[in-house]
Design a protein around this ligand. Sequence first.
Ligand code: GLP
Length: 243
Amino acid sequence: MGLKITIAKNEAEFDRIAAERIIQEMQYNPKAVIGLSTGQTTRNMHAIASEWYQSHPFDVSGITLFGLDELTNVPREYDGACYTMIKNQIADIIGIKEENFIMPLTISDDFEQECRIFQKALEDRGGIDLQILGLGTNGHLGFNQPGTPFEQETWISKMDEELEAKVRRETGITNKEPGGLTLGIKNIMHARKILLAAKGKTKAEIVKRMLHGPVSIDIPASILQLHPNCEFLLDAASAKYID
Ligand code: GLP
């Protein structure tokens, strides 16, 4: 079975197609449980989906949004926290009810428990209908870095040094270690539908390894080759080495 690969001719088309996938899911399934990702890749797709909704509103009272991952030991209101990004970029704009916006807490005495609560909240809603994924330049998904077992469920991972330094600089935290709470690879693979979105030339090399290399924990995103309903959305730049 071939992989489902969509190559947009440029960034604008990439952003529009990505936004359409979110809107289509919401309209097709009024009770959809949709997982979003943060970062440069998804910023425009959230903006375009929000604009589209504002000019063509529809009932989203049954839609659940959540974030794939979240920072730990930083305030939720920090503008680098996934909660704040998703809230400001899309959830508030389209009017997702507070109880239908599911995010792990960023401050807790017991993050193991936060992982269980987060995972159970998604299971209680029937699991994930659509998961949007960004792609790390090392092949990571969420905070699942290379080496993460494919059987991993929701857990707390370390962030890479560069991100940790940025978070420390921007939040001023010194007393605790910022980490990353993330759905595990196993949870991601249980999503009924996945959209892996990767744009720009910095992703070209890892896109090739994700799609054409062996399935290996060295490239977490390579597992998506085995998902029965995953669309790989690329732009011309990230698809440079794809045949
Ligand atoms: C971070 C996030 C991931 C995201 C990735 C890609 O690592 N934890 O969820 O997918 O960045 O970010 P960008 O789209 O900015 O390349």
